[in-house]
Write a protein that binds this ligand. Sequence first.
Ligand code: F6P
Length: 359
Amino acid sequence: MRIGVLTGGGDCPGLNAVIRAIVRTGYYEYHDEVIGIRDGFAGLIRNRTHPLDMNRVSGIMPRGGTILGASNRDNPFDYAEHGNGGMTTTDVSDTVVENYHKNKLDCLIVIGGDGTLDIAHKFIAKGLNIIGIPKTIDNDLNATEVTFGFDTAVGTVVDALDKLHTTAESHHRIMVVEVMGRYAGWIAVASGIGGGAHIILIPEIPFDIDKIVQKIYERKGRGRHFTVIVVAEGATPAGGEMIVKRTVEGAPETMRLGGIGEQVATELEKLTNIEARCTVLGHIQRGGTPSAFDRILATRYGSAAVALAHEGKFDHMVALHSADIVPMPLSEALHKMKRVDLNGSHIKTVRMTGISFGD
Ligand code: F6P
């Protein structure tokens, strides 16, 4: 087969491990040719492709990012272009179909989050053979137990929390750490547990600033004069709104969140008279070398996707279920966000170990 591969949406650690697995599985198991597509769907709009052979993927496993480039704004069904008259959007999906055929592709493997996989799914109706591979540091896809990238992102936050603990303790400060995750609190809750945070604020549980103050005083009463707080970028005070930092035209998901960490730190300093600082970890969470867990999951996903292509099981994505990699119809997998389960064991663990959700 001639298999096209693209990485769409925001990047995450482990993308190169998937690309490598696709090329190696194609080479050793099926004698496929693999074609890399540049910058997500933009590469099929502008026909920017190149062969991916064994040498091209040699040594890329530990590298963060994606050797193919990624884009989280080039939606071919609603393609934004800036001209003299401002921004216009057009449907250029037929150009994608043309370029798929020009490149003589038998199948396109799309590695992306919900937005990218949704675009990919629409191409089924236009006759393309699509296989999806789920990725996102946010771990917010219901169709799979874990997305690769998440474990590395959590590791990065835990590392930062370890460092912030020591300076928080030295200066008797409140340290607020804002983390990514969009509308789901997975990164915050997992890293908060692993990094020993005292308070974790997540979008699933609106917080009350007075409850946070109470927790800080409870610690102070025990002689602990510092507090480390993890705040998910989508966290909100009860009755409040998420803070939108910017909007990105042409992206499947236009809102970019951010700013709640600084707001919480400022309010806490006012209310407690304890110095507070905010660290926004931002895109550091998306970079760096993938963890062993992410490399292994990414490699399993990549190989399984090529096997699906050879079974002709298109319009499916690979997913992790009960330790196995299984095919999942895209129609069932899409638009189902996995948020932190309020009755799940993460929440129970947090509460039982005395960490506060500020509620
Ligand atoms: O979905 C991954 C993610 O990193 C989110 O956690 C974050 O809100 C968003 O992407 C940031 O997007 P951008 O790279 O466009 O700033």
